[in-house]
Design a protein around this ligand. Structure first.
Ligand SMILES: N[C@@H](CCC(=O)N[C@@H](CS)C(=O)NCC(=O)O)C(=O)O
Length: 209
């Protein structure tokens, strides 16, 4: 089977999939599209992913888009017994909830901070919007801060899919230059993620651009 990840490695949503594949030890190829690489509006890409966004996963003639759905698919199809996404309904629902919460709670404010500090030249920045984005991001991270004081990972004592969407953004959060509100449990968890080979390879080694 030929497995391809379509998407530039600097995209947070592509990073989730690369990290997940690394955790599962699943081989893949990656093709650069999106951002400065373009090509996401070509008919052959739109046929796979009508949102014209990245990532898209292709396994032979099966294609899937939406990063969190791809992570769940990979576990379901290729690692059904994995502790990344256990089959117990309550455990799995909790993991799914935190994956969704990254999209609904964290993504927007983190995007304001990232675009404001990284993708906008200093003279064009809106300091008030960035400050609000930082406060809102800290509030979103505040949802997992107490959990991380009780157990090592977002959904319990095991590393699971719930850690991946939040963990991709944590690397940016701790490595962009600004005055960070203190979230000690988040920091300890981030340091723990930094020990994982797949995190080092796909998240830490990628420039924040
Ligand atoms: N909900 C989608 C969002 C995908 C998305 O917004 N991708 C961004 C990159 S992080 C994108 O494609 N941006 C345009 C581009 O890179 O050309 C997912 O999780 O996969």
């Amino acid at each position: 089977m030929r497995r391809i990840v379509w998407g530039r490695a600097t995209s947070s949503n592509v990073m989730k999939v690369l990290w997940g594949l690394g955790e599962l030890n699943l081989p893949f190829e990656r093709i650069d599209v999106g951002g400065s690489f373009g090509k996401t509006d070509r008919p052959e890409y739109v046929a796979m992913n009508p949102t014209k966004l990245v990532p898209t996963l292709q396994e032979d003639d099966f294609t899937l888009w939406e990063s969190n759905a791809i992570l769940r698919y990979l576990c379901h199809a290729h690692a059904p017994g994995s502790t990344l996404w256990p089959q117990d309904p309550h455990t799995r629902a909790n993991i799914d909830r935190w994956m969704d919460a990254q999209q609904t709670q964290l993504n927007r404010p983190m995007g304001v901070v990232f675009w404001g500090l990284v993708r906008t030249p200093p003279d064009k920045r809106d300091p008030a919007a960035i400050a609000q984005g930082i406060a809102d991001t800290a509030k979103a991270y505040g949802l997992i801060e107490p959990l991380l004081g009780r157990h090592a990972y977002v959904a319990g004592s095991d590393f699971t899919l719930a850690d991946i969407p939040w963990g991709v953004h944590a690397h940016r959060w701790f490595n962009m230059e600004f005055d960070r509100p203190t979230l000690p449990n988040l920091r300890t968890w981030y340091d723990r993620l930094c020990e994982r080979p797949a995190y080092r390879q796909h998240i830490m080694s990628c420039p924040i651009v």
